[in-house]
Design a protein around this ligand. Structure first.
Ligand code: FAD
Length: 400
């Protein structure tokens, strides 16, 4: 619909069509709102294409309810691999071998798995296809948000093609350097760890049996997350965190030397690992926006908070943001009362979760042997107390 001054009118304008923005568009669309979602970059929907996102997302139990509500889970479930056991391995001794292995089994706290793992490039393909079928949702890849004027009655956004859009609610899902956040002059607190994460897929000899394995030595965790078989072989996604110079060294190795380093770091827990895709590297930071709201505007996902990829928290926190925003937007999306409630309930929760993940990351980076021994002792002690173990598993899922 066009206003008298030629501006396009909508209920919800979403700045950013990363996975968080795409899910947000589907969810608000499924709730019956008129939605426009913009992103300067078209989604890359094939694994082998340049620029494809080779990370995977482990959607934890509460996120599945949100994906169901958005009409997405039926499309995604056939491609998802369940995560039944979270295995933590300490390999911090003199030699890179597994010296302490502890299994956290979802059946201790629930009938369902902890979560389901999906490839990010495939998520983009499936969600973009769903949006194309929704008459009340317009996805405009190739178009950026360039300016925002936010008032109590409406928000007005200027797009890179010159279009003016007025919305009852603008959702900033435009990533860690959010243009919407900057337009609202909201600051951020950022912690840099000097780490990067290598993300890629491997095939391996031993089936993963739906076990996600996190191996700690120094520099950061090394995680193997189950994927569907690839060419008849068991396959997993790897997230390998190290200090920046070590990541640069690893990426520059000839393929056979990289494979040797990969197998040493994995402690061969799944037998021989063979890289199955190119390598991608992601800088690791923690970041929290000073506020999550402005007039008629809410920040979600990495525009609001960024965490290191430990315990599959990042996008799961984002979907918790979205679930609350949807509930609060039933009557008047973007109303002052709804945004105040969003700020109150999500900002503190994000700050606490960032602090917890920051601690885990720092513990995982430890180099001195004595501290690594302490870390292993701590893991053994926590694991040994069943009620504490169950409490931690539930906290990781974000349920009570
Ligand atoms: C190695 C790794 C593994 C991870 N694994 C997990 C996991 O298992 N589980 C989990 O929950 N999380 C995980 N995460 C975190 C998760 O990947 C991120 O939280 C998520 O991808 C961020 O999504 P986003 O949509 O907020 O940001 P982005 O993916 O950065 O999307 C932002 C979008 O905004 C667009 N944009 C930028 N500027 C503009 C503009 N001016 N106008 C409009 N659009 C704009 C960009 O083009 C981009 O598409 C992982 C992260 C890493 C690094």
């Amino acid at each position: 619909m066009a206003a008298s001054d030629g501006a396009v009118q909508t209920d919800i304008l979403i700045s950013g069509g990363g996975i968080a923005g795409l899910v947000t568009a589907a969810a608000f669309g499924a709730d019956g709102h008129r939605v426009i979602c913009v992103d300067p970059a078209p989604p890359v929907t094939e694994e082998a294409a340049d620029g494809s996102d080779l990370r995977t997302t482990a959607f934890l139990q509460p996120s599945i309810q949100l994906l169901e509500r958005a009409g997405l889970w039926d499309l995604l479930a056939p491609h998802a691999t369940p995560l039944q056991i979270m295995r933590i391995v300490d390999a911090g001794g003199a030699e890179p071998i597994a010296r302490l292995v502890r299994d956290f089994d979802a059946s201790d706290i629930s009938d369902a798995p902890f979560g389901w793992n999906l490839q990010n490039w495939l998520l983009r393909r499936e969600i973009a296809a769903r949006l194309a079928e929704m008459p009340n949702v317009t996805f405009r890849p190739g178009t950026a948000t360039v300016a925002l004027t936010a008032r109590e009655d409406e928000a007005r956004v200027t797009l890179s093609d010159g279009t003016q859009v007025t919305a009852r609610l603008v959702v900033g899902a435009d990533g860690r350097n959010s243009v919407i956040r900057e337009a609202l002059e909201i600051g951020v607190k950022t912690t840099r760890y000097g780490q990067k994460a290598l993300a890629f897929a491997v095939t391996h000899e031993i089936p993963h049996e739906n076990v996600s394995t996190e191996i700690h030595r120094s520099g950061g965790p090394f995680t193997l997350v189950p994927l569907p078989d690839r060419g008849g072989k068991p396959s997993s996604a790897v997230v390998w965190m190290e200090r920046g110079p070590e990541v640069a060294r690893l990426m520059a190795l000839p393929p056979e030397d990289f494979t040797a380093a990969l197998n040493a770091r994995s402690t061969r827990i799944l037998g021989h690992l063979k890289p199955a895709t190119r390598l991608t590297a992601w800088p690791i930071i923690s970041q929290l926006a000073d506020r999550f709201t402005g007039p008629r505007t809410a920040l979600i996902a990495e525009a609001a908070h960024v965490v290191p990829p430990i315990g599959a928290q990042g996008l799961n926190m984002s979907l918790a943001d979205l679930g609350l925003l949807l509930d609060l937007s039933r009557d008047d999306p973007g109303s002052r009362a709804s945004l105040e409630a969003f700020q109150r309930r999500r900002w503190r929760e994000a700050r606490l979760r960032i602090a917890g993940i920051d601690l885990l990351n720092r513990a995982s980076m430890l180099t001195p042997r004595a501290l690594r021994d302490l870390r292993a002792a701590g893991l053994g002690a926590i694991y040994g107390i069943a009620p504490v173990r169950r409490l931690m598993m539930k906290a990781g899922l974000g349920v009570n």
